[in-house]
Design a protein around this ligand. Structure first.
Ligand code: VGL
Ligand code: ZN
Length: 215
């Protein structure tokens, strides 16, 4: 077991981000078994869930003549357009069944405002509204968070950066993440950015060894 001041954040482990989903992350399915070996090491486990209304402004389909991958301005922020994904109440938005969900104590939903996207589990992309996750963790004495999930170059990255900004010590569990890599090198650059901002980068086996569990 890791000490009580450390929490695990599972980022967007949802069907639409698996290789068969609407916004497929290559090898996204590979992180699920790794997550399952790590979960027992943590006393506090939380999850984030991308949870968009059907009219969300990040969907290319909601803008005439636009295609996924193009960039627009959405309410003053630069926005990459995505395929329709993680629509509230649909199967694609559910957390993956194979994930060991028994000890998840809270799920923080994000991306619910059609006017603004939310990659981070802490804040929307304009830092306008909090999801309440930072406050929730702090109230429970959490000072350190370990982050895994999808996608390394979007929701994982911005969750890590906001976590650091909120004053948490943050570790990225590198082999328990996969990225989109829209442009080759995005994932590697995201890891460098997170490290540059102060995040530690570890492997699941290193963490399990620290926790006294078998890899
Ligand atoms: C994500 C793009 C759009 C993610 C969510 O989970 O990384 N990426 N919505
Ligand atoms: Zn999304």
């Amino acid at each position: 077991m890791l000490p009580a001041h450390v929490a695990l954040i599972l980022v967007d482990l949802q069907y639409d981000f698996l290789p068969t989903g609407m916004l497929p992350v290559p090898e996204g399915d590979r992180v699920i078994p790794v997550a399952n070996t790590l979960i027992p090491a943590y006393r506090t486990v939380v999850a984030t869930q991308d949870w968009h209304p059907a009219n969300h402004g990040s969907f290319a389909a909601n803008h005439p003549w636009r295609k996924p991958g193009q960039v627009i301005e959405l309410n003053g922020l630069s926005q990459i357009l995505w395929p329709i994904h993680c629509v509230q109440g649909t199967w694609g938005a559910e957390l993956v069944d194979e994930l060991d969900q028994q000890t998840i104590t809270r799920i923080f939903q994000k991306g619910t405002d059609p006017e603004i996207d939310s990659y981070s589990g802490f804040y929307d992309n304009g830092h306008r509204k909090s999801t309440g996750m930072a406050e929730w963790l702090k109230e429970r004495g959490i000072t350190e968070v370990h982050v895994l999930g999808l996608a390394t170059d979007y929701c994982v990255k911005f969750t890590v950066l906001d976590g650091l900004q909120e004053g948490f010590a943050v570790t990225l569990i590198r082999d328990a993440t996969r990225g989109v890599d829209l442009t080759e090198g995005d994932v590697d650059r995201a890891v460098v950015d997170m490290q540059g901002a102060g995040a530690q980068v570890q492997t699941s086996s290193e963490l399990l060894a620290t926790a006294g569990l078998e890899a």
